[in-house]
Ligand binder design. Structure first.
Ligand SMILES: CC(C)(COP(=O)(O)OP(=O)(O)OC[C@H]1O[C@@H](n2cnc3c(N)ncnc32)[C@H](O)[C@@H]1OP(=O)(O)O)[C@@H](O)C(=O)NCCC(=O)NCCS
Length: 340
């Protein structure tokens, strides 16, 4: 018995902001951003809510399009997909985000209502850029213990609302978007082979974002800074170390080696972090899904969107092993090995 990923989807807001447009806001240049990060553009939600983007991604996943290539088949030839998934079959919605439209109801509840998921229970989860990994792991665990047959896992962000658009160290990096996956409990298949999640204390506040509540009449509080704040160099160092640690621990748990992994879907934070991991493990770069160029770092949406890109490319064949890797605020990191 196991939990498989049977369908995926992604959605980006319409408004695209390229590096030249960012140059009008802060002292930077397009070439610097591209060479240091791999990012050429990002999308910013102007007229769409996080709910609308998320529902678009989820509806695409619920179509159950074909995404696995045929073994020995011609390039682009795809096996039949899961087919349209009945909304009544979804028993669980987990919504990973740090930028919900509202606190109450939860985003998962809003998705349930909007999509008519009459039999679903749902809740939100915050594990920053590792959010999708933590959510998929939670869904898998709940499905294995409670017998829920199908779950919808969404990673979605509107980071444009917490980024400081006057800080060139951060505003160049982040974007908005949503990714979704449908998970299915299967009596005969493994699907998710194993997972390793880890938290690290952010002792130096290298990646933080505060929040401001209303003033209460009994106490005088100083206004708080609500922007995302980051020490780029230290986060870079953390990311490289944490990715190696969760990869090594997951491989040790499963008994597989890096050579057994067909594709890697890393969190899309910086192309140099991905290159660094590729070099360290001597993994050809074409085994990594790289989607950062036109999205930037979309936090919890990054891994499911990149996974959707990889699966829709038709490169992944039945039986292939794909490792998903997340890291970010918390500090947090996680790796999940999935057999498709
Ligand atoms: C943010 C990041 C791109 C900065 O790149 P970097 O190579 O570390 O650059 P540094 O911060 O060391 O700055 C190098 C120089 O570029 C300058 N610089 C910084 N941002 C710049 C920008 N947007 N445009 C032009 N110059 C910039 C700095 O001021 C510095 O100039 P100096 O040498 O004259 O002092 C990089 O640290 C990074 O991506 N870190 C990881 C962030 C991340 O992944 N966060 C999310 C995790 S989920």
């Amino acid at each position: 018995m196991g939990v498989k990923i049977i369908a995926t989807g992604k959605a980006l807001p319409n408004f695209k902001v390229d590096n030249d447009r960012i140059k009008e806001l802060v002292d930077t240049d397009s070439e610097w951003i591209t060479s240091r990060t791999g990012i050429a553009a990002r999308h910013v939600a102007l007229e769409e809510s996080a709910l609308q983007i998320s529902v678009r991604a989820a509806r695409q996943a619920m179509r159950g399009d074909a995404f696995l290539g045929v073994k020995g088949g011609s390039p682009g030839e795809l096996q039949p997909g899961a087919g349209a998934i009945d909304p009544a079959d979804i028993g669980l919605v987990i919504f990973a985000t740090v930028t919900p439209d509202m606190l109450v109801p939860s985003m998962a509840s809003l998705v349930k209502k909007e999509m008519g998921l009459e039999n679903a229970v749902g809740f939100d989860l915050n594990a920053a850029c590792s959010g999708f990994l933590f959510a998929a792991w939670t869904a898998q665990s709940l499905m294995m213990t409670s017998g829920i047959k199908k779950a919808l896992v969404i990673g979605s962000e509107r980071l444009s609302r917490i980024v400081n658009w006057e800080d060139r160290g951060t505003c160049i990096l982040f974007g908005d978007g949503a990714g979704a996956a449908v998970l299915e409990l299967d009596d005969s298949k493994t699907g998710i082979i194993d997972t390793h999640m880890q938290n690290y204390d952010d002792v130096n506040d290298v990646l933080i974002c505060g929040m401001q509540y209303i003033e209460i009449p009994f106490i005088k509080e100083e206004p708080k800074d609500m922007f995302l704040k980051m020490n780029g160099t230290q986060v870079f160092r953390f990311a490289v170390g944490a990715v190696s640690e969760v990869m090594d621990k997951l491989l040790a748990k499963t008994g597989y080696s890096v050579k057994d992994i067909d594709y890697i879907v890393p969190h899309q934070a910086n192309i140099r972090i991905i290159n660094n991991i590729a070099q360290k493990y001597d993994i050809p770069i074409d085994k990594f899904q790289i989607s950062i160029e036109n999205t930037g770092n979309t936090s919890a949406a990054s891994v499911p969107m990149a996974m959707d890109d990889l699966l829709r490319s038709g490169k992944v064949q039945a039986g292939d092993k794909v490792m998903l890797i997340g890291f970010g605020g918390g500090l947090s990191a996680g790796a999940m090995l999935v057999e498709f």
